[in-house]
Design a protein around this ligand. Structure first.
Ligand code: CA
Ligand code: CA
Length: 215
């Protein structure tokens, strides 16, 4: 049997249901019925708290995304039309469909994976990774004020993986890391270099095909 997942399933935003892994599908709650992204793909990013001092290990298991700089974790949601929206977090409070938010653009449905491992660029601000169906991996660095910089291609050939997830710093060096599972169930780790790139992959497990998704 493979080792346990590095993180437990993360919750969906208030008003949505289902296990919200990075890129997982959240469906509208029958009770709440107000979350506007029925069957939207919720990107509950997996990074450390915003503005974590560089070089320090994260102290929270909370999932952060692109941060406006208020030190509260935020949420990115992509709807079925490919529009990406940032919902601003409010420390200690649940996300709300009617809460503060910012449109981050359209066309995001060209990606089959969106995940945030945390800070990949060394500025202590969480970044975003996106993978196309052709296996190209792009970095969207946090540009400040809760927006994203233009994408930079940092990898190719990643279509061999059926699941890719940012998992925060699992190596203890202060830099965010990524894990990927191939079709044979082998789990690979890509270490974040702290300069916006990933190092060569390292095999860290097998038998992971027993899981539906990685988070
Ligand atoms: Ca960053
Ligand atoms: Ca690391």
């Amino acid at each position: 049997m493979p080792p346990p997942l590095p993180h437990p399933p993360r919750p969906c935003p208030s008003g949505a249901t289902s296990a919200a892994t990075a890129g997982a599908t959240c469906s509208r709650s029958r009770r709440a019925g107000r979350w506007p992204y029925a069957r939207a793909r919720a990107l509950a990013a997996s990074g450390p708290a915003c503005r974590r001092p560089a070089g320090r290990r994260r102290r929270s298991s909370s999932r952060s995304a692109i941060c406006p700089g208020d030190k509260c974790n935020d949420l990115l949601v992509r709807n079925s039309s490919g529009a990406l929206t940032r919902y601003d977090g409010s420390c200690g409070k649940a996300f709300s469909p009617s809460g503060p938010k910012l449109a981050l653009g359209t066309g995001w449905n060209i990606y089959n994976t969106l995940t945030s491992p945390g800070d990949l660029t060394g500025d202590a601000r969480a970044d975003l990774l996106a993978r196309t169906s052709a296996g190209e991996l792009y970095l969207y660095a946090d540009g400040g004020a809760g927006k994203l910089k233009a994408r930079v291609k940092i990898g190719t050939g990643r279509q061999i993986y059926n699941s890719v997830a940012g998992v925060g710093d699992i190596t203890g060096d202060g830099g965010a890391d990524v894990v990927a599972r191939d079709t044979a169930g082998v789990l690979w780790r890509y270490n974040g270099t702290g300069t916006g790139t990933l190092s060569a992959r390292v095999k860290i497990g097998s038998g992971w095909q027993t899981y539906k998704a990685l988070s």
